[in-house]
Ligand binder design. Structure first.
Ligand SMILES: [Zn+2]
Length: 425
């Protein structure tokens, strides 16, 4: 018999904020939501007597957070401080990282596992991570990340992007490695500034799109190139997505150019992206113009949020807390109304399912449509209901908006219905 776990006495947040409920969890899903009654299992069907009960202590329950842009393969989290060094700029970062990596070796399963635990501590239950693929490490980093997930939390969903951090075309052999990674089952091949790094935008993009077309993988490309140059590369990506009919399989990471170019041009690009379901991921970077979030929402471009690398040879910053990133994005883009704050939380949870293999549209059968789904059902309003994944985070907050702006400690984190982190006292 599969055990049912009862996560009892939790608040779902908006309407009926004071009422607590019991969530019945089985096979990684919420199978029932019932009013909380002390000492009872509620109306949960076929309740076995040996249910595992988890005391939610009246805390607020929100869906697991989703990090859509991470680099878990090269963080030194939990290890001695690695000083920032080397010249500034993208090339400086790449050369510094290569040199230090030669001395330090690539982080192993234990180090990567520590990064994953840090994510779990903060309530992140699914990730899309870029993993370096180059002539030095080959495809080993991908195996390390997969093994680390398996050892740390097998229920944590992990989507991998094979990432040519040191360039693709300018390092002969790397495109072949990307193709092999795709043939071996990574979900996406990555790219990096086709103009700024490879200095051959059409060439790099043709190579990546050819791999995607041939193998069925997606594309998730880092695009830091700013202004007109970056916008031109947006156009090249849009052209190729359309020509090869790769609708819904392409993501642009960072995409700073969209915030640089005049609003009319940004909107024109965004409308084409929405039509082709080309998504964007942002790490809410400090010191950059913020993403035109309202316009993207109006037009219907899916935007995911991520931590980027944390404490690595690129930057000493980052804690791995997606709630901090969400708050930063909300502040930078001027979100203040409750509805806007809820939308940002959806981008960090239910809507971001799309980036890790889900639909991002909630569960149609149960009518759970996400945080801003326009439903009167309080369970649906917070993105947790019958049929939702049992990826659940408990925290001490009045409601989801309060959780976003304060980012209080995550008290309990469930992944697939199993406890992955517990700070209840
Ligand atoms: Zn990145």
């Amino acid at each position: 018999m599969t055990t049912t776990a009862i996560l009892s006495d939790v608040r779902l947040g908006l309407a009926g904020a004071d009422a607590t409920v019991d969530l019945s969890l089985r096979d990684g899903e919420i199978i029932a939501v019932t009013p909380h009654a002390d000492g009872q299992t509620g109306a949960q069907p076929e309740a076995p007597s040996d249910d595992e009960r988890i005391d939610g202590r009246g805390l607020l329950a929100i869906p697991g957070l989703i990090n859509t842009h991470a680099h878990v393969d090269k963080s030194w989290w939990g290890r001695p401080w690695q000083s920032f060094g080397g010249p500034p700029g993208l090339e400086g970062r790449i050369s510094h990282e290569r040199a230090r990596r030669d001395e330090l070796g690539i982080p192993g399963v234990d180090v990567t596992g520590e990064v994953l635990r840090q994510f779990l501590r903060h309530g992140t239950t699914a990730i899309r991570t870029h993993v370096d693929v180059d002539l030095g490490v080959g495809l080993r980093g991908i195996d390390v990340v997969r093994e680390a997930v398996e050892q740390t939390c097998p229920a944590m969903r992990c989507t991998i992007v094979a990432f040519p951090q040191d360039g693709a075309l300018r390092r002969p052999g790397v495109v072949d490695l990307l193709r092999r990674a795709a043939e071996n089952g990574v979900e996406h091949v990555g790219g990096l500034d086709p103009a700024g790094i490879d200095r051959d935008p059409a060439g790099q993009l043709d190579a990546l799109f050819d791999i995607a077309d041939a193998t069925g993988c997606g594309i998730d490309i880092h695009l830091h190139d700013p202004g007109d140059l970056g916008a031109f590369e947006f156009e090249l990506i849009i052209e190729r997505t359309r020509a090869l009919d790769l609708k819904g399989r392409v993501n642009i990471a960072h995409g700073f150019a969209l915030a640089d170019v005049p609003a009319a041009r940004a909107r024109d690009l965004a409308e084409q992206m929405a039509e082709l379901e080309i998504s964007l991921t942002s790490v809410a970077p400090v010191g950059r113009a913020p993403m035109p979030a309202r316009m993207l929402r109006e037009v219907g471009v899916r935007l995911g949020l991520g931590t980027d690398g944390i404490r690595d040879l690129w930057s000493p910053y980052g804690t791995g807390d997606m709630m901090e990133i969400a708050r930063q994005h909300a502040r930078m883009t001027g979100a203040r109304y409750d509805e806007e704050l809820l939308h940002v939380l959806a981008q960090t949870s239910t809507s971001a399912e799309w980036f890790v293999g889900g639909t991002g549209e909630g569960d149609r059968e149960s009518g759970v449509t996400g945080w801003a789904g326009g439903t009167d059902d309080p369970a649906a309003a917070v993105g947790l209901g019958v049929g939702s994944r049992a990826d659940i985070v408990l925290l001490d907050a009045e409601n989801p908006m309060d959780a976003l702006v304060r980012a209080p400690a995550r008290q309990l984190v469930l992944v697939g219905g199993e406890i992955a982190h517990d700070e209840r006292r």
